[in-house]
Every structure is written in structure tokens, then in C-alpha cells.
Design a protein around this ligand. Structure first.
Ligand SMILES: [Zn+2]
Ligand SMILES: [Zn+2]
Length: 231
């Protein structure tokens, strides 16, 4: 998942080891700047927590990794919240396995070190001196930073799911409050090859989601490990 929070919130352990695949990726504060993160033309100057709507849509439609921006390969890693699973659509672009593993270590939200999505203040959209940078459009829209309705909200539980590249299909998302790209990755048809819970919901928010369907799915898969509908 895109690190949607300021890395200064990270623990004092320092930046995690950057995998080979991301060796030439831009970094800021020691963290890789994901392909889909809004940034100045000098991509080592990101606006942490904001998505670039054009890149977000390109990643989803062109099957690019949201971290490195290269074409996905098999298996595809998708980040899913219980509510996404219920709606049958993942709004986050997918990642390579190595890029996903890096972001679950480096992103304070996915690593469970913080419990609230980072609110974004307007001064974080400060313009730079580069006349070729599109940041001059940021406050007027066109292209606008993607809406991030999660800002300031308590963290959700997140799961990491692996699907086959051949199962990667887009689904329209009519709920534009949740998906600025208008599309997401179809979760209704692919077989989940692997599913792993990577963080719990923020403390005290469990009552928002009486039953976590992905937790149930993991239990059912365990029961039917040697056969049955999820084998
Ligand atoms: Zn700029
Ligand atoms: Zn990647």
C-alpha cells in the first residue's frame, strides 16, 4: 500500500532495507517514494499522504506496481480492508511481492505503528521553484491530487492477498467517495492464493465492523485446508 502517512511518524528504528527492485527509486527521508504518491517533478519531494490521480489510475488500468511503477508480474499482491472485500473491489493498485513486503515494513500505517490516517494541511501543497513542475496546478485542480477520504480517520484492518496475474481484472467503482480512480481491482472472481493479516484496526474501532469477513475467510480456509471450496 502507499505509505499514506508521514514517515516521520515511523519508529526510531530508521528506514528499512530497500529491496533490489527499488534500488533506483526516488527516496525522501530514507523511504522510497511510491510511484502513485503525489510529488514535485523532483520526486524526492513528495507530498506524503496524497495520491497522484493520474498515476493512480494508470497503475490500476495498466497493471503497474503502485510502489515501483513497473508492470506487475505473478503473483499480484493486493491490499484489502474488510469493507473492500464486502464491496468486491480493491481500491489500492497492486504491488510486486518484494515491493509489497517493503511497504508493509516501511509504511507506519501498514506496520501498525500508528492508528490514524494522517490529515493533510494545505501548506503541504507548497509550490517549488521548478517552472516545469505541475505543482502550480495543485491548488487550482487539474490535475488535482486524488481525494483521500481516509484522512484523520482511525486505521482499518489491512490484509495482504495474493492473486494470479491472469486473475487481475478491473471493476468499476461507482462510489467515488472511496475510489478517486473510478475503478479498482475486482475481488469477486479471483482465487485468493494467499491471505495474511498485516495490521489490526485501530483500538476501539472493532465495533464499526461487527464481523470481519476476511478474518472469517481465513478461519474457513484453515478448516478446508485439504479440500473444499477454498482449496
Ligand atoms: Zn513543484
Ligand atoms: Zn514493484
Amino acid at each position: 500500500m502507499t505509505p499514506s502517512v508521514n514517515p516521520s511518524d515511523a519508529s526510531a528504528e530508521g528506514p528499512d532495507l530497500i529491496p533490489h527492485r527499488l534500488a533506483s527509486a526516488p527516496t525522501a527521508q530514507g523511504m522510497v517514494v511510491p510511484f502513485v504518491t503525489l510529488a514535485h517533478r523532483d520526486r524526492s519531494r513528495p507530498v506524503w499522504g496524497q495520491l497522484d490521480a493520474t498515476r493512480l489510475r494508470a497503475a490500476l488500468v495498466e497493471r503497474l506496481c503502485q510502489i515501483c511503477g513497473d508492470p506487475l508480474d505473478d503473483p499480484v499482491v493486493v491490499y484489502v480492508r474488510p469493507a473492500d472485500f464486502l464491496r468486491g473491489i480493491a481500491v489500492e493498485p497492486a504491488t510486486h511481492r518484494a515491493c509489497g513486503a517493503y511497504s508493509t515494513r516501511a509504511c507506519p500505517m501498514l506496520a501498525g505503528r500508528i492508528h490514524r490516517y494522517n490529515p493533510v494541511t494545505r501548506d503541504r501543497f507548497a509550490r517549488c521553484q521548478d517552472p516545469a513542475c505541475t505543482c502550480r496546478y495543485w491548488t487550482r485542480g487539474e490535475p488535482e491530487p486524488a481525494e483521500t477520504p481516509r484522512e484523520g480517520q482511525p486505521a482499518d484492518a489491512w490484509y495482504e492477498v495474493e492473486i494470479a496475474l491472469a486473475d487481475y481484472r478491473l471493476a468499476d467503482d461507482p462510489d467515488t467517495a472511496r475510489s478517486s480512480a473510478g475503478v479498482g481491482i475486482d475481488l469477486r472472481h479471483p482465487t485468493f492464493r494467499r491471505i495474511r493479516r498485516i495490521r489490526d484496526a485501530a483500538p476501539g474501532t472493532d465495533d464499526r465492523q461487527p464481523v470481519d469477513p476476511l478474518a472469517m475467510l481465513m478461519v474457513v480456509r484453515e478448516l478446508f485446508r485439504d479440500g473444499g471450496p477454498f482449496a
